[in-house]
Design a protein around this ligand. Structure first.
Ligand code: GRF
Length: 217
């Protein structure tokens, strides 16, 4: 029997990355018999156990409903402070024995309530080649700066603003014809491939964290 690898996804908006992970699971790219790139590879059984969302009206909540993924949807203003709702999130993650938390468009900085117990099991996807253009509007920041290449980064979360050890990056060229929308579309396409790939690598135990450096085998 393959041991399930349980993930939770944190998202605040459209949730296209959440969808991409769910599609990869449902298409057998992260779970099931077909996830054996060689006969030496054990089968994978990745399960999305929980969506965490801080915006009740976000499209990702509807996606979770349609996919049958349980969701913890909360309004930050219903809590005394950030630590209070993060404690509740942590309890839910622990109760579900979550192996990996994937932040995919979760628009809040998180505190040590989550970072400390989850360090090394908490990743984020960001639409630039970090350490360039951290923070909000990374795609616009890259265009406004005039760089010719930007991209996508998946990294471990350490509590800073898009800091933390980098796991994987892909570059995307910016052409003179690009608008923010056209560039965003290409970046999202790459994200939807890269994020499930990184989750697969982590689930297979192929990503090692050594200080601030990751080594992928
Ligand atoms: C993505 O571009 C991701 O890199 C960033 O937020 C966006 C989320 O998009 N952190 P979606 O909600 O997954 O469509």
């Amino acid at each position: 029997m393959t041991k399930p690898f349980r993930i939770a996804v944190f998202a605040s908006g459209s949730g296209s990355n959440f969808q991409a992970i769910a599609d990869a699971v449902n298409a057998g790219r992260l779970a099931g018999d077909s996830v054996t790139s060689s006969s030496m590879q054990p089968r994978l059984d990745v399960r999305i156990e929980l969506l965490v969302c801080d915006r009740p009206k976000a499209q990702v909540v509807e996606r979770a409903r349609q996919l049958g993924v349980p969701a913890f949807v909360f309004r930050p203003k219903d809590y005394a402070d950030r630590e209070a709702y993060e404690k509740e999130i942590l309890e839910r993650l622990q109760a579900l024995e979550i192996d990996l938390v994937v932040m995919a468009g979760y628009m809040r900085l998180i505190t040590n309530v989550l970072v400390e117990p989850l360090y090394g099991r908490l990743i984020n996807i960001h639409p630039s080649l970090l350490p360039s253009f951290p923070g909000l509007d990374a795609i616009k920041q890259a265009m406004d700066y005039g760089v010719k290449t930007t991209g996508v980064t998946v990294h471990y979360v350490d509590g800073g603003m898009d800091t933390g050890p980098i796991i994987a990056q892909r570059s995307v060229e910016i052409t003179p014809q690009d608008t923010e929308e056209s560039l965003a579309a290409r970046i999202h396409e790459i994200e939807h491939v890269l994020l499930p790939q990184v989750i697969e690598r982590i689930a297979r135990g192929q990503v090692q964290l050594q200080g601030n450096i990751t080594i992928t085998s």
